[in-house]
Design a protein. Structure first.
Length: 162
């Protein structure tokens, strides 16, 4: 049987470290001054193996395992994005922003043109059903025109020209 100081000398650890290992349950606890030197050595070696493998219990082991897992996820995400970019499956944010702005600008232009195109014919119409039909036809024509417009193709052409 050995004291904490003797176990510390045997394992080349300080008394404080021995106390912490005993408190955390790494070393088998016994009554004061009656620690089994062989059992403590084997338990400490097993603990070191668990730490090295990233499976150790306790704050440092949990942090190490979690950090390794987080790093592995980040690396996998990095390579997935890199591969997607190489396969041209990703578009730069600036290009998408320009495409969306162009699409909204195109829609705005078509909608702004409606009053100028419809004012005179609708002013002459007296039948509400006729006004509704003309408005509906004009809106549908604008929507058909907008649906046939290829903003992505336009953006690709602009990118090729640049």
């Amino acid at each position: 049987m050995a004291t904490q100081a003797e176990v510390g000398a045997h394992l080349d650890l300080s008394d404080r470290t021995i106390r912490e290992l005993l408190d955390r349950g790494v070393l088998p606890n016994a009554r004061r001054g009656a620690l089994d030197l062989d059992a403590c050595r084997l338990a400490y070696i097993a603990h070191l193996r668990e730490v090295a493998a990233g499976r150790a219990l306790g704050p440092s082991g949990d942090d190490l395992t979690a950090e390794r897992a987080r790093l592995a996820r980040e690396q996998a995400d990095h390579f997935a994005l890199k591969n997607a970019a190489m396969r041209l499956e990703l578009l730069p944010r600036a290009d998408i922003t320009r495409a969306v702005a162009a699409a909204f600008g195109h829609v705005r232009d078509r909608l702004v043109q409606l009053p100028a195109r419809l004012a005179a014919p609708l002013a002459r119409a007296s039948d509400p059903a006729d006004v509704r039909a003309r408005l509906s036809d004009a809106v549908n024509a604008a929507l058909v025109e907008l649906s046939e417009t290829r903003i992505v193709a336009t953006m690709e052409d602009n990118a090729d020209a640049a």
